[in-house]
Design a protein around this ligand. Sequence first.
Ligand SMILES: NC(=O)c1ccc[n+]([C@@H]2O[C@H](COP(=O)([O-])OP(=O)(O)OC[C@H]3O[C@@H](n4cnc5c(N)ncnc54)[C@H](O)[C@@H]3O)[C@@H](O)[C@H]2O)c1
Ligand SMILES: [Zn+2]
Length: 467
Amino acid sequence: MDAETLNPRGYPSQSPQQAISTGARTGGCFAAGRQEAGAENVLHKLRNQGFRLETPFLTRLPFPFDLKHGWRQRTAPPLMLEKKIRLEHTHRILFTREVFAPRNHTIRDLLHLDQPHKLPRVLVFVDEAVATANRDLLDDIMAYGQVHADTFTMVDDPIVIPGGEPCKNDFRLVECCWDAINEAALDRHSYVFVIGGGAALDLVCFAASTAHRGIRHVRFPTTTLSQGDGGVGVKNGVNYFGKKNWVGSFAVPFAVVNDFAFLELLPARGRRNGIIEAIKVALIRDRAFFEQIEAMAGDLAALKQEALEQVIQRSAELHVEHIATGGDPFELGSARPLDFGHWAAHKLEQISKFTVAHGEAVAIGMAVDLVYSRMQGILDEATCERVLKLIESIGFATTSPYLMTTGRSGEPAILEGLEEFREHLGGELTVTLVPEIGSKVEVHEMNRVKILNAVVELQKRAVVVEE
Ligand SMILES: NC(=O)c1ccc[n+]([C@@H]2O[C@H](COP(=O)([O-])OP(=O)(O)OC[C@H]3O[C@@H](n4cnc5c(N)ncnc54)[C@H](O)[C@@H]3O)[C@@H](O)[C@H]2O)c1
Ligand SMILES: [Zn+2]
């Protein structure tokens, strides 16, 4: 076939198929799929561009569209090859203390698991706040690399990156990570380590899992929330188009290393936040764990390290168990049981411009759903009260003035959270509620008046608690 006859405008590299898709896309930013334009429209545009449409190649296109007749009636089933691709992943979570102390062999043993006869190359990223809170950390990492140089090669000094939610709002940081990975000449047998809060992990793991179509990465979560919940999962991503986690991927990390010593660096608020995700996962999956948290409530309220470690470890186990055995690790369905209390929480974080931390928002979101469930007859009054008391006794508020903020539509903004949550699920609205401690139920609609009644009741309750 002579490409030049096909394209007198001089785009010899363009294949006929590309020409067709280009033609179909004209008229706006990727208006592709606008089928009302119709086959004739496409033909017309191509003719105007000087394409000769009667070439034997084009009439032999193997799908029911041809340039002479447009969409043909399907007369025979299309040829379809279907093969199952089975993938198996190992999700490893390790618990340790002071992972970069020279005598700690966690990393050494971990790397040995994979490529025992190779000297893997490792590039380390560190959340700035963690490096600031532990001034020795960067030196410790370098020293660890030297002591264990027989097991792996630290290819460069650790790279310090900004952490917290703002780091997920600046896409240039993704490019900076790619840049560092490229400069260090990491390949698909290398490792990226990232030490930090959930936001820094999401950023760097996204960069690592897209560089070279995926470089092994090891997460070292440093907050209670990320060690017990977000950091032990298989998702990553950053915010885009002003939307949370809009761009990202599912990628099982090579390992997650929960080093409890990092938690000692956190301010009180950051230490408390992760406890709520432990209560959440206990409520939906494990009654015995809920009772254990109740028994430890005093120590948890005082943020005692030993109590925190126990609760974070069990929380991580339950989260990972759900991911590994829940049947939907890459969230193809619409149900998200681990997001109990989160539809309102996500909205509250957004309304408050993230001044309400995720853990604090989840405590309030769970309280709304608990009172709502009681009002709907899903949960009995005594259990509802028992859970609210536990949440409050650990130091979480169960309401916020932001709950009554008016939204764009003139109704309370919190209600917009329901539709946004449905969008986030990408299908039917599916909200997980708790009918009794240790189990869950899914509902597909929520009564908006009752939600507001629940919000009002929680506000009144707060006044009584304060008095
Ligand atoms: N990928 C997932 O599956 C998943 C799940 C849940 C949440 N997340 C994401 O996690 C993020 C929240 O993570 P987070 O709660 O860990 O908070 P964070 O990462 O925002 O960290 C909070 C603050 O603490 C700092 N910090 C972190 N560790 C510290 C330490 N040991 N000492 C002192 N300061 C420290 C951070 O720099 C930041 O300023 C959100 O962006 C959320 O979307 C991801
Ligand atoms: Zn959460």
